[in-house]
Design a protein around this ligand. Sequence first.
Ligand SMILES: Nc1ncnc2c1ncn2[C@@H]1O[C@H](COP(=O)(O)OP(=O)(O)OP(=O)(O)O)[C@@H](O)[C@H]1O
Length: 279
Amino acid sequence: MEAVHKVEERSNVKELKSKKKKIKLSVKNINHTFKSQNGDMTKALSNVSLNIEEQGFVALVGPSGCGKSTLLNIMSGLIKPNQGQVLLDDIPVKGVNDRIGYMSQADTLLPWRNVIDNVALGLEIKDVSKEERYEIAQRLIDRVGLSGFENSYPFELSGGMRKRVTLIRTLAVDPEILFMDEPFGPLDCFTKEMLQEDILKLWQENKKTVVYVTHDLSEAITLADRVVIMTARPSIIKSDYDIPLTRPRSVMDIRFNSKFIELEKMIWNDLKEEVKREG
Ligand SMILES: Nc1ncnc2c1ncn2[C@@H]1O[C@H](COP(=O)(O)OP(=O)(O)OP(=O)(O)O)[C@@H](O)[C@H]1O
C-alpha cells in the first residue's frame, strides 16, 4: 500500500513533505538508560530520531515497557536524556515550559476547585484576567458538552467527565504542542470513544501538533496522521506509517472503513512481532 513507509524508506517522503510543512519537533539520536536504586541498568531507548511536522498528529505505539512514556517525557523536557537532544522550533528543549501541554493517565484535577476553576487554572498561573480566563474556560466547557457542570467539583463527575475537564484544562493555555500519554487508558471503551470523538473535534478546530502514546493500535489509527511503531526494549523506531484516512473523522464509523481495516491488519502484523518479543 502506498501509504506505508518503513523508516528507511521515509526520508525522501519527508523531504517532499518538508516543503509543505515545517518541522515543529525534532528528536535527535536519543539514548537513555535508567539506573535503579540497586544499580540495575535498563536501556530504554537506543538512538531514537524522529521529526514531527507542525500540526501533525503522531501516535507512538509499541509493546508494554518499550519506552514510549520515556520518549514522551524526554520530548516534553520532563526527563533529560543521557544522549541526544530535542528541538522545538530548532531550539533545544531544556525542561518543561508553557509552550508545551502534557496530559497523562493520572487524575490531576484539584479536588478543592470546581470545574471552571480547574479549567482556568493554567490561565490564572499565567496572570490572565478573571474575565478572560472564565470566557476561555466556558467556551471549552461548552465545546465538550459540560455546560451546567461549571460549579461541580471533581468528585461529583464521572471518570469520562473528569478526563474531559483535564483535556480542556490542558488546551485552555493554548500550548503549541500537546503530549498525551495514554490519557484515557483506564476508561471503559464507550467512554473512551466519546473522548476520542472530542479529541478529533478539538483537533480539527485548532490543529495543534500532537504526540499521543497508546497501546491501542485502533485508537492510534483513528486519531493520528502518522503511526510510529517502536520495538521491544531497548527501543528503536521500527516503522512509520502515514494514515491517509480523510478528516473530519468519526470514531463510531471509521472502524468500518475498508482502508482502516486494511491499515490495522498491516500495522498489526508489524507490531505483533514486537509484542511477542516483549512477552
Ligand atoms: N524511573 C525509572 N527508573 C528505572 N527504570 C525505569 C524508570 N522509568 C521507566 N523505567 C523502565 O524503562 C522501561 C521503559 O519504560 P516506559 O514507561 O517508558 O515504557 P512504556 O512503553 O511507556 O510502557 P507502558 O506501555 O507499559 O506504559 C521499562 O522497562 C521501565 O521499567
